[in-house]
Structures are given as C-alpha cells and as structure tokens.
Design a protein around this ligand. Sequence first.
Ligand code: HEC
Length: 180
Amino acid sequence: MSYSAQDGADSSSSGWKVGIFAFLIPVAVVAGLVYYVVSSARPTGAESGASMPEAVAQRIQKVGSVQVQDSSAARVLHSGEEVFKAQCTACHTTGAAGAPKFGDSAAWAPRVGAGYAALLQSALKGKNNMAPQGGGQFTDLEVGRAVVYMANAGGAKFPEPAAPAAAPADAASAPATATK
Ligand code: HEC
C-alpha cells in the first residue's frame, strides 16, 4: 500500500514533469522557429539593411528629386544645345521647310548679320515656316540660347544670353553655372 502510494506519488510527480515538458518542448520549438524566422530575416534584412535604407532613401530621393526636377525644370535653364536637340533639330538639322541648317555658315551668315536680337525675335515670334518659339515650349531665354547655339555654329559669335530679371530668384542657387 505504501509502495503503491509512493508509486502513485512518483507517477503523479513524473506526470507533472511530463506535462511540463510536453508543454515546454512545443513552446521551445515554436520559440526556435520564431527565432529562426527572425534571425533568417535579419541577415537578408542586414544585406538589404545596407540597401534597405538605400531603397528607402531612393524612394524618398525619387520623390524628392522629382520635386526638385519639377521645380528646377521650370527654373534651371536648358542649355542652347539641349533646346536645339529637343526642339530645333527637327528642321534645322535637315533643313526641312527651308530652315537654315545647323552649322551651315553660308545659310546663317546673312541671318547672323541681322544680329542676335533679330534672330531671337524670329525664333520667339516665328518666321514663315517656323512657328513661334520654334514650335516648342521652352522659355524665351532658352530659345535665345538655342538661337545662339545655332547661330554660333553657323559662324556667329554671340554671347550666351544672360538670364533676365525672371531668373534672379534662382541666381542664389543654380544660375551661377547656368548663366555662364
Ligand atoms: C518646323 C521647323 C522648324 C523648327 C522646329 C525650328 N525652326 Fe527655326 N527656322 C525654320 C525655318 C523654315 C526658318 C527659315 C525662316 C525664313 O527665313 O523663312 C527658320 C529660321 C530660324 C532662324 C533664323 C531667323 C531669321 O530671322 O533669319 C532662327 C534663329 C531659328 N530658326 C531658330 C530656331 C530655334 C531656336 C528653334 C528651336 C527652339 C527652331 N528655330 C526650330 C524652321 C524651324
């Protein structure tokens, strides 16, 4: 009886132990799995941890740079060459519609002789087959730069037109280079 009581006590205490282990082991397994997931996520997180902030920064930069470009697209001036390649080349490289060709000094000489102001007026207001602004949407100053770019390629020595009164707002930041 005393044996069986001890047995009973032993079996009941070992039953508790079994119950505790039966509880702890799955918990430990789950904890291990969680740790695995977390730790396996961390290396990739650490790999891209370098790139993650970069990716985040890129996203932020993209938004930021787009905003910068948007605000500066209106402000930062396109060079004459840029405007030419975007807008003027269609006619002035091929000579389409009777346009004086880029670099054709014979075609440009008489026009250059009229002076920059006259050429600018033609470009801004249009002339015969050329639409105002050369048909584009660049600012007057940018068109002026394109005129200079083209005319100089045709033998003129016009100075790069300086930013007019509209630009000084930018003058603090960009046009130091833009105007030169
Ligand atoms: C649709 C074709 C076309 C495009 C695009 C065009 N031009 Fe012209 N451009 C002409 C033609 C044609 C002439 C000759 C006009 C004439 O003298 O009858 C001309 C002439 C000019 C002249 C000489 C004007 C003069 O008084 O002799 C300038 C300067 C000029 N273009 C600048 C530009 C600039 C700058 C751009 C781009 C912003 C541009 N053009 C885009 C067709 C074009």
